[in-house]
Design a protein around this ligand. Structure first.
Ligand code: DX5
Ligand code: ZN
Length: 218
């Protein structure tokens, strides 16, 4: 699949989400939607009704990142609504294997997220259940935070595990990804890059996406 960029609308204008998705749609592979419930993370964004509306207006696939306390309850509904990918946090899920299988059964890519201090090793046997592994490179909850270099060795180890098992799963990074940090992530083995402030904080978001992709492909 190669390098993919998934701009996060957390840094877009919440009163003009359809317009801001359209602005990156010729350049981006996905649009990343951060669902936060003020329980799993100390921030509140949007939920299923808004995602259902965004799905009607987006011509690129929607990548839903659920930062919510009860992903087992909600994740399948995002997949059924038509999200291309649904990510649940392992720290929040009570039955991650069942929930991941339900996401897949509903036709979406099933993805598991690990917060920065969650080790990847305990989940090695689960990798075969996944279409994507998301390694957070900031503490989840807010855009515009500083990239955590401390996660880089985990990205490297995850890539080795994926290779070692001959799996075809994508490795996504999310948080603090910018022109300054994306090459480090790519070099460590990430291939799907979420970027919020680096895209929507730029004068030309589509150009910013193209710039990030070119750096990651170097
Ligand atoms: C943070 C979210 C990210 C956020 C990234 O918890 O999961 O998707 O939008 O924002 P930046 O790219 O600004 O760090
Ligand atoms: Zn996210």
């Amino acid at each position: 699949m190669g390098i993919q960029i998934s701009p996060s609308i957390l840094s877009a204008d919440f009163a003009h989400l359809a317009r801001d998705i359209e602005a990156v749609s010729d350049a981006a592979d996905w649009v990343h939607v951060d669902v936060m419930d003020n329980h799993f993370v100390p921030n509140l964004t949007l939920g299923l009704p808004i995602v259902e509306s965004l799905l009607k207006h987006s011509r690129i696939p929607v990548d839903c990142h659920l930062m919510i306390a009860d992903p087992d309850r909600w994740a399948p509904a995002y997949a059924e609504a038509g999200a291309g990918s649904v990510t649940i946090h392992v720290e929040a899920a009570k039955a991650p294997i069942r929930t991941l299988r339900m996401i897949r059964a509903a036709g979406a890519r099933a993805s598991l997220a690990l917060s920065p201090s969650t080790p990847v090793e305990p989940y090695e046997d689960l990798l075969g259940e996944l279409d994507m592994l998301l390694l957070m490179t900031v503490e989840p909850g807010f855009g515009g935070q500083k990239f955590l270099d401390v996660v880089l060795p985990k990205i490297r180890r995850a890539r080795e595990m994926i290779k070692g098992r001959g799996l075809d799963l994508w490795l996504q990074v999310d948080g603090g990804v910018s022109a300054e940090t994306i090459e480090r992530c790519a070099e460590a083995g990430a291939d799907v890059f979420v970027a919020g402030s680096a895209v929507y904080g730029a004068e030309d978001p589509a150009e910013a996406v193209r710039g990030l992709k070119a750096l990651a492909e170097k």
